[in-house]
Design a protein around this ligand. Sequence first.
Ligand SMILES: [Zn+2]
Ligand SMILES: [Zn+2]
Length: 319
Amino acid sequence: MTKPQIRKDYFKDEYVIISPNRARRPLELIEKAEGSSKLCSFCPHNFDNKHQNTVTYRDNNPDGEWEILSFINDYSPLTPDNTSAYGQAEVVIETRRHGMDINEFSVDHIVRIFNAYAERYTALRNMHGIKHVLIFKNEGGKAGASIDHTHSQIIALPLLPPKIESEARAYGKYRLEQTTCPYCDIIVAESDKPRVIWQDENLFVLAPYASDAPYAAWLIPKRHIRLISDLNHSEKESFAIALKILLGTLDKFGIPYNYFVENAVNSEDYHMHIKLAPRPNIWAGLELGTGVVINPIAPEFAARIYRGQVGITKGLGIQ
Ligand SMILES: [Zn+2]
Ligand SMILES: [Zn+2]
């Protein structure tokens, strides 16, 4: 594909302009910068004195030290004791070791992170007055001077965010009209397309047709399940393998990213999944003004990069 194309989302009224002509900027391999752990507030030597009372989840290593934990974010604007900004925000520290990235962990370690997500999701979702719980990760990439101590965030909100509500409404409309689930249908429709990144018996990973970000990827379980807490051990292992592939690739190029765990709203039907949204560059004006995104990386090309089918030479970009 060389000419720009306007593409519509599978089932939502959302549009993107896939414009590969803009992708002239070469990708370069990024050398990792060494970050300091001395002042890092998530490293055990700083964390343990200050936060013992706010820990909500703890997974220990064989030495009895914490390896993964969740605690209440000190800087959260939402707190359970404030009726004007009710809610709770937690940080999941994904390891006690400073300077590691999630893609460098073993599959077993990532499964344990998913166990933390699932347990805290359920606990916060059951908190009185909470309407939605978002699990997400912001990773700043390696272009900067320091490495953040790898972590994710979980926010419990007293309201249903409009973006989530709009996705749930579009899902419900499709379900009503087609009588099938759009995500189950996407797995079938895309299975022989060049946008498939990876799959096994549990998980389907693709670069979506109307990708709204360069290198965007969706991780959809093959089983129709509503919540992250419905994932079984084997499905969590599949997510771990896929995240190692995807995040390992982004890490190599120093591309910052977010990922979001999308779960069912209330007791409604849904097909949970994770959306990975890299942020290598932004056409902010058009996007802010119209909601239409320009994506310079065609998803078919992104899938080839993730599948390792495009050679990359340091400093010279893509060959
Ligand atoms: Zn640290
Ligand atoms: Zn489904």
